[in-house]
Design a protein around this ligand. Structure first.
Ligand code: ADP
Ligand code: ZN
Length: 191
C-alpha cells in the first residue's frame, strides 16, 4: 500500500469465515495506534459471537468496539480528531454503510471495513461487493478448506452436521448449526 497524504480512503478486507478478516482488522488498528492515530472500531449489534463490546478474532485477539444497529450511527461518533474508522462484520449492516464509508473517506478518514463477501450459499453478502467496487484497496483473504486443505473461499453452513440447503431458515430454533471454511470444490449447497 502506498502512503496517501492529506486524503481519506477506503480499504476492504474480505473473504470467507476463518480467513482472518478480524485478525487483519485488529492488526491494522493496532498499527495505526502505534503510529499515534486516533481510531474508532465499530461492529453491528447482531454479532455477539464472543464478546458484546469487542471485535474478537477466532485466534483470540480482541479490541474494544462500539456496537451499532444502523450504519448511520457511526457518523455520530466520528469527530474531527478521529483519523481511522474500522468496521467489522459490515455484511450485516444496512446499505447506508456505502454512503457512510464514502462520507468518512471524503472527510479525510482512513476507513477499514471488513466483512464476508459471500453468504453460506456462495451469493454476494450485503453491501460488501459495492464497498469493494468503490474502495481504493481490497484484500480478499482465504481460509484453509477443512475438507481438503486447499485455500478456502467459501463458508459452509452445517445443520445437525449436514450441509444446509439454500432455502433453509436463517434462524433454526433447537437445531445445532455450525460453519466451516471450504474451497469451491468442497462447498456444498443441496437443492
Ligand atoms: P474471520 O474474521 O475471517 O472469520 P478470524 O480473524 O476471526 O477470521 O479468524 C482467523 C483465525 O481462525 C486464524 O488465524 C486461525 O487461528 C483460525 N482458524 C480456524 N479455522 C481455520 C481455517 N479452516 N482456516 C484458517 N484459519 C482458521
Ligand atoms: Zn476443499
Amino acid at each position: 500500500m502506498h502512503i496517501i497524504k492529506d486524503m481519506g480512503w477506503i480499504e476492504v478486507i474480505t473473504g470467507s469465515m476463518f480467513s482472518g478478516k478480524s485478525e487483519e482488522l485488529i492488526r491494522r488498528v493496532k498499527r495505526a495506534r502505534y503510529g499515534k492515530k486516533k481510531t474508532l472500531v465499530f461492529k453491528p449489534e447482531i454479532d455477539n459471537r464472543y464478546c458484546v463490546n469487542s471485535v474478537v478474532s477466532h485466534n483470540g485477539d480482541q479490541i474494544n468496539a462500539i456496537n451499532i444497529c444502523k450504519a448511520e450511527e457511526i457518523l455520530q461518533y466520528v469527530t474531527e480528531s478521529i483519523d481511522v474508522v474500522a468496521i467489522d462484520e459490515a455484511q450485516f449492516l444496512d446499505e447506508k454503510i456505502v454512503d457512510v464509508c464514502t462520507k468518512l473517506a471524503n472527510m479525510g478518514k482512513r476507513v477499514i471495513v471488513a466483512g464476508l463477501d459471500t453468504d453460506f450459499r456462495g451469493m454476494p453478502f450485503g453491501s460488501i461487493h459495492t464497498l469493494m467496487a468503490i474502495s481504493e484497496y481490497v484484500d480478499k483473504l482465504q481460509a484453509i478448506c477443512v475438507v481438503c486443505g486447499n485455500p478456502a473461499s467459501r463458508t459452509q453452513r452445517l445443520i445437525e452436521g449436514k450441509p444446509a440447503k439454500a432455502n433453509d431458515p436463517v434462524i433454526l430454533i433447537g437445531a445445532t448449526e455450525s460453519y466451516e471454511a471450504r474451497c469451491r470444490r468442497c462447498h456444498i449447497v443441496p437443492k
